[in-house]
Every structure is written in C-alpha cells, then in structure tokens.
Design a protein. Sequence first.
Length: 501
Amino acid sequence: MSKTVFKASDISKSFPGVQALSSVDFDLKEGEVHALVGENGAGKSTLVSIVAGLQNPDSGLMQLDEQTYQPGGKADAEAHGIRMVMQELHLIPTLSVAENIFIERLPSRFGFINYNKLNLDTRQVMQRVGLGGIEPDVQVGRLGVGQQQMVEIAAGLSRRCRVLALDEPTASLTDREIDLLFTQIEKLKADGVGIIYISHRIEEVIEIADRVTVLRDGIVVFTGQTSDLSPGEIIFKMVGRDLQQEQLRHGSKSGPTALRVEGLTVGQKVQDVGFEVASGEILGVAGLMGSGRTETMRAIFGADKAERGRIYLYEANEPAEIRSPRDAVRNGIALLTEDRKEQGLLLNLAVRKNISLARLNDISRFGWLDLSREKAIASRYVDAMSVRCLSVEQTVGELSGGNQQKVVIAKWMYRDCDILIFDEPTRGIDVGAKFDIYHMLSDLAEKGKAIIFVSSDLKELMAVCDRIMVMSAGRVAETFERRKWSREKIMSAAFSGYMDI
Ligand SMILES: Nc1ncnc2c1ncn2[C@@H]1O[C@H](COP(=O)(O)OP(=O)(O)OP(=O)(O)O)[C@@H](O)[C@H]1O
Ligand SMILES: [Mg+2]
C-alpha cells in the first residue's frame, strides 16, 4: 500500500446561487494518478483550485503528508510542493516561451537576466515535453493554442513537486503530444508525485488514471479503481444516461455546393488548398497540430490575409470578396474558433450580452435596445445549449470553462449564418454536452446549412461527418467519403506530408 500524500475531507464551497462543492472527500496516494471527471460545472476546477491555494473552501480540512494543510495562496501552496496547470491558458502572450516558463525565477547575474542560461534551461524543459523544436525566444502569442498548452504544461513540470494538478491538459493537444505528456506523467509517478488529472476524455482517463472520482453537481457520486470500469460505466455515472446508444448521423442528402475554395495559399502554412462543401453536408477536417487547418479557416473567414486563392459561394461565377471577418459574416459565413478567450467572448459581460452582440440590429428598435426581447432570445439559446448559469444576467467569466464554450456556440447559432465553420468546438466540453453539439450539428445540416467541422478528435469526426478531408503540412492530403474511411487511413494521410521521400 503506498502512502497517502494528500487528503481533503468534507470540503464545501459555494458561490452566490450555486453550491459548487458539497462535503467532498478526496485523497491522493504517492505515485498515483487520480482522475476527476464530471459534467461542465460539476466542480472539478473549483476543487483543484482549492487544493492549489487559489481559493479558500467555506469549510472542510486538508492534509498534506498527514500534516494540516491550509494554503494562504498559490505561492504558499507551491512552497508546500503543490502545483497546478490551469484549464485556461495563463501565459503572457507578449513574453517569450523562456520568460513564461521561468517568469518567477529568471536566472540573473548582477541584476541582468542571463539569457544564455535561460534559453538553455528552457530548451531542456521543452525537450522533456517533446517540443525541442520550439525556439525559447519565440513570443508565446505566436504559437497555436495546442503549443501554448504544451508550454504551460512544461512550466508546470519544470519544478519539483509532491502533488501536481492538471486541469484538462490535453483539451487541445494532438495524439502525439498526449503520448509525450503521458510519458512525463509516468516518470513523475515513478518519482512518487501524486497527480490529480481532470479530463473529459474518458478513454484517456482509463488509460492513465489509477483511480477516478466522479463529481455531479458538486457531490462525489463515485470513487474507485479505473481498472474495474468501462468508458460507458464512467459516462453513465457522470451524466446518468447512456450515450453510446445514441444514433448520430443517418447519412444525409446534401444539396448544391455552398462554398468552394480554390488554390488558397497563406505563407508556408497553407499551400494550394482546395475543397468544397455542400448545403446540408458536414465536412470534417482532420490533421495533426500545425497542419494548417486553423490557418485555412481563418483565411476563408477573412481573419488572415491569403496570398492567393479564390472562394466561390453557391452558384456564383465570380469569386466572393472576403477581406475581413465582417465581409465573411455579410456573406453568411461564421467561424467559431477554439480560442474562446481571444476571439469568442467578453468575459466581464453578461451571458445575455455575449449572445446578443452577434446581432444587435435584430433586437434594437429605432436604435433602442429591446431588453425583454434580448433576454428572451438569450434564454432560448441558453436552454437549447443547456448552458449552466444562474440566469442570462450572470457574467460569462463566472461560468465553468465548458459552459463558456457553450455560450460561444450559442452566440454563433443566433447569428444564423448558412456556412458554419467550427474549429474544435468541443474542446473542454463534457461528454453529455458533446453529444448535444453533435446533434445540433446534425440538425443544422438537416436544415440545409453547410458545415465545416475541424477537430483533432477522430472519433467525433467519424461519428458526425459526411466526408473527412485530411490536411498534412499545409496541403489537402486526402478526402474520404463516409464508410470509406478508417482511423488508420486517416492517420496515414495526416502524416503523409511529413514523410521524407
Ligand atoms: N468565481 C465564480 N463565481 C461564481 N460562480 C462560480 C465561480 N467559479 C465557479 N463558479 C460556478 O461553480 C460551479 C462549478 O464550476 P467549476 O469551474 O468548478 O466546474 P468544472 O467542473 O471545472 O466544469 P468544466 O468542465 O466546464 O470546466 C459552476 O456552476 C460555476 O458556474
Ligand atoms: Mg473546469
């Protein structure tokens, strides 16, 4: 029996209007991975943020190595060897990778930062998470979300600790990066570090965790060994219904071409990309991180400038002029991005405002905002997406990570565009809500919308798409029809652009 490193007993925490945690018991052994799962808003982040000293519980006790542990803040928790990698990115985009990782302990001599040492140390840390290729002096803001997340994880792993909490570390990582992370986790386990692991990916939890605790509405409904459980059993405990039985897509009849892209080229990242998507169709876009998927979508949406390429809408003989997102929206194209903070939401505004901002004309009359209409519309979308909030008046920043993501989707749904591009829409969303989104995508397609669905989760692409286009090294490697694809075929297409001939 290995020793218990950390123990929390009878922890409760409430926010105005919500009981985020009720009498939660949780313990962690040396060298153990203990997963924490539950629907969006179940209280997972709240629990680990209490463990990591970011918040105080209303009541309850914590123990570290059998001593009373009552952190006075994040720094105090860290001094006790408890670290956390947070769900939301907390890097400073204008600083370099190296500065972000070593921000609290920059190596200096006589008051000057020793950049040689800094870069050397950073390279080592980054190599450990398999990102040796990223230059230490690159500005973090220039990296993609997945890479930023790896930097954040690298920063967490770079310091010794007793307890490490990872809050959805893999949400925007690709399979290869997840493998690298898991290798690191195995090493930490061997060193006796206890790891609290939050994830919405149930297969992953079964693979990496020794035990799992399921939270539902702030209450622990289950704690036990993962080896005894199937994914279906864990999901059932989380959401109280059986999702695997649900039938998603019945093969659709698609209509005329809605969007056709030709020869799209953006720097080195996107090269001569061409494809089309029809009304009523869901086109999946698969590929490794950095394969140019996001860049392609941003260029179509007019968010980035393309050097070359044409976009045709419907039957038009002339290409559409899309030079900015505004042009794109005017042409009925919406882009829902993976980076909800940067491009999706105004965190200090109410849910209602975030949704209605998408279409202010609609709810204003003679220049006056029609408040009751705004409220009614926002409530309708909040219900449709099962956003967990106190009311549409609550500030978006107070919602749990997954519920924020649902507000982004609600906002775009309200805008009612005919060509919808979703870039990793289910990142950080719980399994139950994921299925809601899949159903929603299906429904939208049935209604004749053309949908492009970018995802790193092959299983979800295979569940909902009519066709899957695979990008590799900035090009379209292959496109598969439903029933003609397999995981292996898609993966080999995804790697094809990186093979040396
Ligand atoms: N600062 C806050 N103010 C008000 N309510 C909050 C605050 N932080 C969290 N909550 C609420 O507490 C509940 C639990 O949130 P928490 O972030 O712990 O959920 P979670 O399990 O991490 O969900 P997700 O999977 O979406 O990240 C939610 O109802 C959330 O809205
Ligand atoms: Mg959370």
